[in-house]
Design a protein around this ligand. Sequence first.
Ligand SMILES: [Zn+2]
Length: 408
Amino acid sequence: MDEQLLKRFVKYAKVNTRSDMNSQTVPTTYAQVEFALKLAEELKEIGLEEVEYNDANGFVTATLPSNLAHDVPVIGFIAHIDTADFNAENIQPQVHVNYDGNDIVLNKELGIVMTTAEFPQLAHYIGETVITTDGTTLLGADDKAGMASIVTAMEEFIQHPELPHGKIRVAFGPDEEIGRGALLFDVDQFQADFAYTLDSGRVGKFEYETFNAAQAELTIKGTSVHPGTAKDSMVNALLVAAQFATALPQKEVPEKTEGYEGFYMLSSQVGTIDEVKATYIIRDHDKAGFEKRKQHFAALVDQFNQTFDQPRIAMKLYDQYYNMRDIIEKDLSIVELALNAYRALGIEPDVKPFRGGTDGSIITYKGLPTPNIFTGAENLHGKYEFVSVEGMKQAAQVVIEIARMNAE
Ligand SMILES: [Zn+2]
């Protein structure tokens, strides 16, 4: 399985499938369409059935038919095709066989080194086959590692018909990194009883708690007049924006919170005296805390507006995704199934509330409970991203073990 995983991962990683926030097409980049169509061919070649590319959402789906005489729940496995907003042009994966535990030179010419001082977790990978970048791009192990593990697990099932499994559905979709792909995921077409994403994280990680997430877009109108005659007439939108930012709870920001603590984050702010556009994100694991935060934010906008001659801050506040735990905890059997598979393989489960969202946060609320399994990838979204073949293999084995346990 190792060789297949390595070959498959490198093949996927070399293709630039970066998504684009500023594009309005589905998927947001044509490279993702081309990748998906090639992937569909590959899935047919390895022997999966009902392989489909869906034009409307950019997802490739396929079926591994059951080899059991009795009915068991249908499991889905999902990974994303796109990579994060970081250079993905000419990705050259570097394969370090039998990693020796020393600093890894990513690029000799440019002097780019991944040091064990900065990345002490490298010590976990001694003796493994570690795949890194050449220091000029990201690796895209998020989520090509998840893809490679799922496809290789399916191939393993097809080549070893003695491995028992019910019907399995797989899906590979676009635009996860910009939070859009899963919004168009078609749960009715997918026809699974529950599913797992394989998306990032060290071996052992498992996530079924995510943030509740909202975004607020503010447009702040100023009154720009010549500074020489501005007394009592200028309203400087830049200063209003700065005052608004400092009026929010100063300790409730990402850099000062952890665990279950929520936050407000100013994510962008551009403008002039005349007009400022600011974007905030609001995050909280707890539904009530989330609602409170949104109310507090909106009340602050009102409060500011009351101090002006006219409402100067216009707000668009909308929800992005919700904490999947609120749904999954009603029936924790799919969490137990996955964690039992980890344990059966000797993998220590590491279950923590995820301080972000996954495709599963959206898909779960579409009616398909979808927690997240590790892929083994680390240092995501940048030039220090890496994954080991052994890590991907453990992810593939988890997929196989979940199906085996579900078949009993
Ligand atoms: Zn990802």
